[in-house]
Design a protein. Structure first.
Length: 286
């Protein structure tokens, strides 16, 4: 007879060890391994030690008691007693023949994978680095650098935020210009195709080269029929043919006129302040 009882109790032991009862198994977890002891392999459960802080599990079999005994120490005697009671209640009724079966042979030991290095939280790292530099500027009385330092993340952050706005039309415009296919599209009223069209100013339906029905959704349009340029590898990338060059140019201007100056100015200002902090060159406003 095998018990399938489980319990929500977790017995916390010394050195980070834990004991759980899951699906008919007593799980004894240490830092590097999990010892799986089937409830059917347990002969009895005892509480020993000073103030009852040690859970003792004795397995079935003819081996000496020392070879069949597992101990689990905890600093919480009340938790030990409660866990021992739950575990004892989970033991099945067995006859003499079952008690003679070798319990240690049923125990499985599984090695745990050692955790790798935690992932770096770059947002936290950037914030910490910002305040460390600011503190260093204040300690060294680099007042000009301390005043200008908050401008660095402002300029760089604005440049990064605008990068996607400019890069998307440039990338898609280039793809459509290089490998795009032109087809005729028919205008549909916004919201007539699916619920996602409610935010689109114009919706044009077109059939791609494979015969599948596609849709252009965007703010450009107005005519009853338009030529649609789409990417055969990714039909979701599409644009009105007459607007593709303009969208590409707008994105390129945004990158050149706004993004690059913001990013370049922020990086240059930051390097200038750091150079002044470490005594290379005095900080200058440009």
């Amino acid at each position: 007879m095998t018990s399938i009882i489980s319990s929500s109790l977790v017995l916390r032991g010394t050195l980070g060890r834990r004991a759980r009862l899951r699906s008919g198994e007593l799980l004894l977890r240490s830092g590097r391994e999990v010892r799986r002891i089937p409830v059917a392999a347990i002969e009895r459960v005892e509480v020993r030690g000073l103030r009852g802080r040690t859970l003792v599990v004795v397995l079935t079999g003819q081996e000496p008691d020392a070879a069949r005994t597992h101990r689990f120490a905890s600093l919480r005697p009340t938790a030990v007693k409660r866990f021992a009671t739950v575990l004892q209640e989970a033991l099945p009724m067995r006859d003499t023949a079952e008690l003679a079966l070798s319990g240690p042979s049923l125990v499985r030991v599984e090695a745990l994978e050692r955790p790798g290095l935690p992932a770096v939280r770059w947002d936290v790292a950037v914030v910490v680095a910002f305040f460390l530099v600011l503190a260093a500027l204040l300690i060294t009385r680099s007042w000009t650098g301390a005043v200008l330092w908050p401008l660095v993340p402002t300029l760089v952050g604005a440049g990064v935020s605008l990068t996607e706005l400019g890069w998307k039309p440039v990338r898609e415009g280039w793809i459509l210009a290089v490998r795009g296919i032109t087809v005729d599209g028919r205008r549909e009223n916004s919201g007539s195709v699916d619920a996602g069209d409610s935010d689109a100013s114009y919706v044009y339906l077109f059939t791609d080269a494979e015969g599948a029905m596609r849709a252009y959704r965007g703010t450009n349009g107005g005519r009853d029929e338009e030529e649609i340029l789409y990417d055969p590898r990714n039909p979701g990338v599409n644009q009105l043919r007459r607007r593709n060059a303009a969208q590409f140019a707008i994105g390129l201007v945004l990158l050149v006129v706004l993004v690059l100056p913001l990013l370049g100015g922020g990086v240059a200002l930051g390097l200038s302040i750091l150079a002044d902090l470490f005594g290379f060159v005095p900080v200058t406003v440009f």
